[in-house]
Design a protein around this ligand. Structure first.
Ligand SMILES: [Ca+2]
Ligand SMILES: [Ca+2]
Length: 181
């Protein structure tokens, strides 16, 4: 899940802040310029020290820092951040308290472009999107036309592709959003 917010903090000023729980990092402004954003590992959220220019890492309206992640055996959320009662892990850790080293294989995008990747302890799994069939590494859909929005370009380009062309370009379109129409 990615949360992007422009919370009003302080005297009506706004700060760019985004949070990627799946990949275990957040990013924000480090000064009053919106041109320079810095990425931080998740455990820098809620650590009591202000990393973002206006403190969005410590003071958010959504997914608030809480201290109720402690388990019955007394173990605490570590290598991550406790948000709304759930412990979320830094990249490289997993388990209920983020206490187990675990690689997030999903960041290498191992699944088909039409599949969702789920990181698990010691492994990962791929599941085809609704409307698609396959083992998650190769998914086939019934839709004939797709809109493709290229994510990494400054001005996203929307292209329309037929199925054959899309399959030919499968390798080169891993960083795009796909919409079936
Ligand atoms: Ca912090
Ligand atoms: Ca894993």
């Amino acid at each position: 899940m990615t949360v992007q917010s422009y919370d009003r903090i302080g005297h009506g000023k706004r700060e760019i802040f985004f949070l990627n729980l799946e990949d275990g990092y957040f990013g924000c402004q480090v000064n009053d310029s919106t041109d320079i954003l810095q990425l931080f590992e998740l455990s820098k959220l809620c650590d009591g020290r202000q990393n973002c220019f206006m403190g969005s890492d410590e003071l958010r309206h959504e997914l608030k820092c809480t201290d109720n992640c402690q388990k019955e055996d007394g173990s605490r959320c570590q290598n991550g951040a406790c948000l709304d009662g759930q412990c979320h892990c830094n990249d490289g850790y997993g388990g209920c308290n983020c206490e187990v080293p675990d690689e997030n294989e999903c960041k290498y995008r191992p699944c088909d472009v039409f599949a969702h990747c789920t990181n698990t302890l010691g492994s990962f799994s791929c599941t085809c999107y609704p409307g698609y069939q396959g083992d998650g590494f190769h998914c086939e859909g019934k839709y004939k036309t797709y809109l493709i929005c290229e994510m990494r370009k400054k001005t996203p380009k929307i292209k329309k592709f037929g199925m054959n062309k899309l399959l030919n370009q499968r390798k080169s379109i891993k960083n795009v959003l796909l919409f079936h129409i």
